[in-house]
Design a protein around this ligand. Structure first.
Ligand SMILES: [Zn+2]
Length: 334
């Protein structure tokens, strides 16, 4: 499932390519025909990400709310203008990013490719006729022969400008809301450190966690406690804090809870910058390149069940928690 960093990256793509434009909205599949007719012909005025949800604002106080869920994805096609952050993470802007090790100074286009395709959009300049799929990973598609492309498969909604097309498939939620309804949805969500980086968010998160008897491993996944964390970040944040996932929230020391919030803010920023859930710190240049290239080399515990812990050598265990797989080290996180 796409975690918060993916939704922020997708939202930036909408900011670059759709905000300010009048869009033709349709539902090739038909399941969103009524909503599409309501939005059709309106100008997009805003794109917001809150945790795992995206809200696209249209003229006339209409909002499109999308939650990709487990299977949803956006496919962009046309003359795609890359968000500067995304383009630079993918090497085309020719800048060194926050971590100089990511780009080869001699050869700025020699970007590390990820074996799972998480950053394989390097071939897309800005703008250039291309295809790009964005869900929990990002992938350049086959060359675009004509524009707009024929809708393929179950396209719930298509947003089309003169130059860019975005197709949504397989979302958990896709609906039109009015501003009050948007506020109601957002009010229920916990803080998102990219939107609310201030001390008040840390206080809110800390206060909620420390009142609950619920295991911290469940609280981190509860979107009403903190927005945007999914299965990968949950496991990695808990390991980085050396925290037992079963510890009731109210028994986690206050400093540790605050540390979790700050660490989430840090990892989310790295995720938005690089497009990858990089959760290991202090890697040398070689190890960093390897980690960017392969998921197996960039996590402490996620998907490492049965393998020795990178710190203590104990085998990482896998259990179900909140109907999702949880990976942790029974010794480091005792
Ligand atoms: Zn360990």
């Amino acid at each position: 499932m796409p975690e918060g960093h993916s939704v922020h990256r997708i939202t930036r793509q909408f900011e670059r390519n759709f905000v300010g434009h009048v869009v033709h909205v349709s539902s090739p599949q038909g399941r969103f025909a009524e909503g599409a007719a309501d939005l059709d012909g309106r100008r997009v005025v805003e794109a917001r990400a809150v945790g795992k949800q995206m809200f696209l604002g249209f003229e006339g106080d209409r909002w499109l709310r999308v939650h990709l869920g487990m299977y949803g994805a956006w496919d962009f096609a046309g003359d795609i203008r890359m968000d500067a952050t995304i383009a630079s993470a993918n090497g085309r802007m020719g800048q060194t990013n926050q971590r100089g090790t990511f780009l080869d100074a001699e050869n700025p286009d020699a970007v590390v490719f990820d074996s799972a395709g998480e950053n394989s959009i390097t071939s897309i300049g800005a703008p250039r006729r291309a295809r790009l799929r964005m869900s929990e990973s990002e992938k350049a598609g086959a060359e675009l022969e004509s524009f707009p492309p024929e809708p393929v498969g179950q396209v719930r909604v298509r947003l089309l400008t003169d130059t860019v097309c975005a197709d949504l498939r397989g979302p958990t939620a896709c609906e039109v809301l009015d501003p009050a309804q948007v506020e109601a949805v957002v009010a229920k969500l916990g803080p998102d450190p990219l939107l609310d980086p201030g001390a008040a968010s840390e206080e809110r998160f800390t206060g909620v966690v420390r009142r609950k008897p619920t295991p911290i491993g469940l609280l981190l996944m509860d979107q009403n406690v903190v927005a945007g964390i999914g299965n990968v970040y949950r496991a990695e944040l808990l390991f980085r804090a050396r925290l037992n996932p079963h510890t009731p929230g109210k028994l986690v020391p206050e400093e540790v809870v605050r540390g979790l919030w700050r660490d989430w803010a840090k990892l989310l920023a790295i995720g938005v910058e690089t497009g990858q859930m990089m959760t290991m710190d202090d890697l040398g240049p070689e190890a960093y390149r390897a980690a960017m290239a392969s998921r197996d080399d960039r996590h402490w515990v996620y998907k490492r069940e049965g393998l020795p812990c990178r710190v203590c050598g104990t085998n990482i265990v896998l259990e179900e928690m909140g109907a999702r797989k949880l990976y942790w080290c029974p010794r480091c996180q005792a």
